[in-house]
Design a protein around this ligand. Structure first.
Ligand SMILES: [Zn+2]
Length: 326
């Protein structure tokens, strides 16, 4: 494993995959983008995820620190189009290599060609903090975009000598895919929870508006059956025990969903539910010996307010019968 020399490393290399740290909002180890060199090792590379639009400069520096020229960008593979995963795509391509291709699920494709609706709805959520948090999202030319289906058994394609399988993995987002490379690395985006690198505790990734726990579980099964040797989580880094990790993700998702259902049925207001979830979550991390710094990171990668909103919507939309009518 090699790291860059500064006190805050911009990248880590794990067996041929470079984990680039976007250092979003000054937090290290929360949002990654991944650089995979071409099979021919000719300097060209693939990015899996682009990182947020607000972190383009950091990503460019991380690419260079890892020993690559941003102009050698060959393709960007997106697990889904949420701004922390896909925001910088258009900017990186327009600046460095307009010929680079983008791979994304077919349901996300139109938003990459015209991000205006995606950006408008994000602006309604983040309001005046929008630009600072996420920056700009530039459009991609339709001719540069490959729309994936990722259906039954995965969809194979080749990029820079790598054979890659895209698996359709909804549950977090209806347009989510996960990418299995031929070296056994599965890039899971937000389809397999989140955890701070090195921590044993797994956190749910359950923000609105698409959360569907049944689909999430099916996607975990799809990924189990793909038998990856390791995972790369966008939030954050390498996981070497995939099967155990998948079990923990499913358990954590259902534990949080149940907590929120019970609180809703007890008549608690949103703020009280958020506080409750926060307490339970912190206690679990503390019991595992998680450092204060990593507890803060966990709060960033798995935000309590978003989780409560996402799960509340899940119960109301998919299981209104489980809610005690008020
Ligand atoms: Zn997401």
């Amino acid at each position: 494993m090699t790291t860059s020399s500064q006190s805050t490393p911009t990248f880590l290399e794990h067996n041929g995959v470079f984990v680039l740290d976007t250092q979003h909002m000054g937090f290290t180890g929360t949002i990654a983008t991944f650089l995979v060199p071409s099979k021919a090792n000719d300097g060209r590379f693939i990015l899996v995820e682009s990182g947020p639009g607000s972190t383009v400069k950091t990503i460019e520096k991380a690419i260079q620190d890892a020993g690559f020229d941003p102009k050698a960008l060959g393709a960007i593979l997106l697990t889904h189009i949420h701004l922390d995963h896909a925001g910088a795509t258009g900017n990186l391509i327009q600046t460095h290599n307009p010929d680079a291709h983008v791979y994304v699920h077919e349901r996300g494709a139109k938003h990459m060609i015209d991000p205006s609706r995606l950006m408008d709805s994000a602006r309604r959520i983040y309001k005046e903090k929008m630009d600072m948090l996420w920056g700009e999202m530039l459009p991609i030319e339709a001719s540069k975009l490959t729309a994936l289906e990722g259906g039954e058994g995965g969809e194979s394609f080749e990029v820079l000598g790598h054979t890659i399988k895209a698996y359709y993995t909804p549950g977090h987002a209806s347009h989510h895919v996960s990418f299995l490379f031929d070296d056994g690395t599965l890039f899971t985006g937000d389809s397999a929870g989140a955890k701070v690198n090195g921590s044993a505790v797994v956190r749910p990734t359950l923000p609105p508006p698409d959360i569907n726990l049944e689909l999430y579980d099916q996607s975990l099964d799809t990924m189990r059956q793909s038998q990856p040797d390791r995972l790369m989580l966008t939030h954050y880094g390498q996981v070497l025990n995939p099967q155990e990790h998948f079990d923990k993700v499913s358990a954590a998702n259902h534990q949080w969903a149940q907590l929120i259902l019970d609180d809703l049925n007890a008549g608690l207001e949103d703020e009280a539910i958020i506080n409750h979830l926060h307490e339970v979550s912190i206690a679990e991390l503390a019991a595992d010996g998680t450092s204060q710094e990593d507890i803060v990171r966990h709060g960033v990668i798995s935000n309590d307010t978003m989780s409560v909103a996402g799960l509340k919507r899940y119960w109301e939309k998919h299981h209104p019968e489980a809610l005690v009518s008020s």
